[in-house]
Each structure stands twice: as C-alpha cells, then as structure tokens.
Design a protein around this ligand. Sequence first.
Ligand SMILES: Nc1ncnc2c1ncn2[C@@H]1O[C@H](COP(=O)(O)OP(=O)(O)OP(=O)(O)O)[C@@H](O)[C@H]1O
Ligand SMILES: [Mg+2]
Length: 478
Amino acid sequence: MSAGLWTAFEAAAATGGALCARGGDPDRWIAEEWAAKGLSIDTRTLSPGEMFVALNDMRDGHDFLESAFERGASAALVARAPANAPDGAPLLVVPDTLEGLRDLARAARLRNFGKRVAVTGSVGKTSTKEMLRAALEGLGHVHASDKSFNNHWGVPLTLARMPIDADFGVFEIGMNHAGEITPLTNLVKPHVAVVTTIGEAHIEFLGSRENIARAKAEIFLGVVKSGAVILPIDNDQFGLLRDLARRAGVERIISFGEAKDADIRLISYRGDASGSEIAASIFGETLDFPLGAPGRHQAMNALAVIGAARALGASAARAAAGLKDHGAAAGRGAQTKVRLSSGAEVTILDESYNANPTSMAAALALLGQMNPKGKGRRIAVLGQMFELGPTAPELHAGLADPLLAAGVDALYVAGALMDHLWDKAPPAIRAGRAGDARALAPSILESLEDGDIIMVKGSNASKVSEIVAAIKAAAESP
Ligand SMILES: Nc1ncnc2c1ncn2[C@@H]1O[C@H](COP(=O)(O)OP(=O)(O)OP(=O)(O)O)[C@@H](O)[C@H]1O
Ligand SMILES: [Mg+2]
C-alpha cells in the first residue's frame, strides 16, 4: 500500500465527515491532500504522519490537538475545531469521534479481503492473540491488536488500523459486563471466533460462570456465514457455549482440549521451564511440535490456535511451526535469571500482569513444573485478586489446592483477601504477609537464596509487579 493507511478522501467517505482546517487562509488549506500512515489516540505515542483521533474517554482528546500536530500528526479526527487546533491543520469533522472511528473500522474491513480471527475468554486472550500472530506470520501478512486493546475503543481502533492488504486480522475482544461483546463482534465480523476458557474473571459484575459464558458467547453473533468457532471442550460451560454457537447459526464448531472427543486433542504434554513438547491429535492426525511458551495452559492456547488456523484453511503443521520460538510475554510467564549481590542466582517467573483464579492455578502449576537447582525453593508471592464479588473469600482460599500440588516451599501474600489462603496454607510454608505488596519486598529480597525460583502473581491493582521490579533492581543480570 503506497498512500498509507487512510487518504483524506477515503476517511471522509468512510465517516461522512467534513474535510476542513481551522482558520488560516482558505486558499492554502491542505485539508484535502493529506494521507495518514497510521492512527493514534494518544499523543504520547503518536508517530509523525499518523492521524490523531480525538476520543472523549478518560480525558478529552480535543485538549491535545496542539501537541498532536507538534508531534507531526498528518490530520485529526475531531468532533469540533477547538481554539488549540493550529491554523491550517487538516481536520476531519464528525459528530462523534468514537462513531467516526467505528466508521473507519467498518470501511477498513470492507476494503480488505483477508480473514479475521477474534479471541475472547476469561484468561489467555492476549497470549492466544500473540500466538495466532506467530502462527499465521508464516502464512501471510498479519495485523493484530496492540497490547490488550480489547474494549469499546481498542477493537475499533485495531480494525481501523488494519492495512488494506493484510491477509489476516487478529482481534482480542474483552468485556466486563454482559452486552459489551455484541457490538464489537458485529464490527469485526470474524471468520473464526475463539473462546479460550471460561473462569471467574469479572464474576462480580456477571454473577455466575454461566452468565460469564453467555456474555462471552456474544462473540458468536458476529461470526460470518460459514465461519467457525473454537471452543474449550474441558470447560464446564462447553455444552452451553456449543448450544449458543449453534443458535447463533455457526455451522462449524471445533473443540480443543484433553477430552477424548476433542477435534484438536492434547495427547501428551512434556514441559520444563523453557518450553514444552506437545503431541496432539488434529482431527485424528498426530502432530508433534515444540512450543516456546512454558505451561500446560499455554499448550491449551496453542491447540486453540491450531484449531483456528485449520478453520482458516491453513495446515496445522505450518501453523505449529510458527510457535516453536514463541515465548511468554512480560508479566505473563516470562522468566528472568538474576544474580543478587549475595551471589545467589534466582529465577523470577513474572506473572504479575494480572490474576484471577484460573490464571493463578495455571501459574502455580507452572511453578510446580519447574525444578529448582540445588537447595533452591519454590517461592510463591501472591497478591489479591480483585473483582470477584461475594465469593471472593472462597476463591482465594481455593488456591490452597493448586498451591500444595505445586510443592511450594515458601508463601508470601499481599492484600486482605489473601488472608483466606494464608489461613489454609500449612504453617511451615507461611513466609510473610502484608496488606500492601510493596511492604513485602525487603523481606523477600533478604530471604532469597541460590537456586530459588520465585513466582509473582496478583491482580494489576495488587501492585505485585513492584516486587518483580525491586528484585530486578537489586540484581545484575548474569
Ligand atoms: N488458557 C489459559 N488458562 C489459564 N491461564 C492462562 C491461560 N492463558 C494464559 N493464562 C495466564 O493468564 C494470565 C493473563 O494472560 P493474558 O494476558 O493472555 O490474558 P487476557 O485474557 O488477555 O487478560 P486481560 O483480560 O487482562 O486482557 C497470564 O498470567 C497467563 O499466563
Ligand atoms: Mg489481554
């Protein structure tokens, strides 16, 4: 694509907006000549040549027009031309900028002939989205969501950024409440929709696992005719998801997991700290492949990815080949070895990006699968999980089983709700607790010994990531 992502005329046609510029000499308006090479909603990360979209979300983007043009914006999508829009700066004026962004998204979809995959689920969306990117990259030009851009502006932004020549678009779609996924899936209209798993994330707003499954199942409503869905067969909500997919008119339902009827079935899993070897049955044919990201839960994500690739008509083996070197992302299982000033070499398993009961259990299982060297210990540092509603105390206490199964030698907890786990943990492994994660850092640092593996996980708001930062700051990488 030579002209960039959007020309002025294309963007105006897509949005029905007016091309103009504020003030200045009308004879010198350049409003109709610009082309944007990308889209940005944040002037701090805007690259020169991008169109700035002035969304009114946490803050009003119109307040940042001046800095957008200072940073080299090629144009701005606005709902008004405020006084701080520089004279002559090209504007595309629409009644509502979020609606304008959605219009661009729809037009980006209609002019592209590639295939779209949308991923939802209680956990594993970003992990699976990144795995899909890696798996599909060997098969064509992939466009995928940035970070966790999965909400009412993240999804349209991702779609509006999709280049005209992308062969694949990969979208993360999230929700906190029922009804949020419907407009997003109708915008993306995926050829393939993946549900990674149903857990308890956001149960505070949804009330039950069944309601969570129903809310995730909204993703089926946008699936194109003759499209497919990829569903987790081992999940207790599988039957409901399958029924809802059928009711939505989806003809092709592909299941993944360990149950013997799974279309994409895990035959065996061997994993260590650095990755795993997977044997799977893909519609009856055996496929062995290595996966860079460690943990059984990542193996499950990989099966979903292979199911999606097959639904897109790709070969399972070629998709799997892209996963060999695909490691875990920061805060989602990335491992770092550090040497402390005491000389102790310690492995940090950084799961601090976020947590809910499903991903906590997965991370503990991964810790259990890692073998400390010498006299090293398995240390779990767990921060409180938020947004779990009235069952939160039980859900925290319920981590005792995976904790014991993982063979954890020392447990640190932060946050009041974690006391429910603390009380159930064997006294011998209780190493420390605090209301605030940051208060734990000094005693953890002091206790670390050679060979220890320390896994840090908690909800974002629990701030356990600061413990990872404190250990890294106190260490030099070997
Ligand atoms: N299939 C899975 N089952 C259980 N845990 C998983 C699974 N996939 C990833 N995880 C773990 O869950 C955590 C969150 O992963 P990830 O960021 O991929 O999820 P997400 O659904 O995108 O989250 P968010 O809703 O915050 O965007 C990580 O710690 C990751 O290791
Ligand atoms: Mg995410």
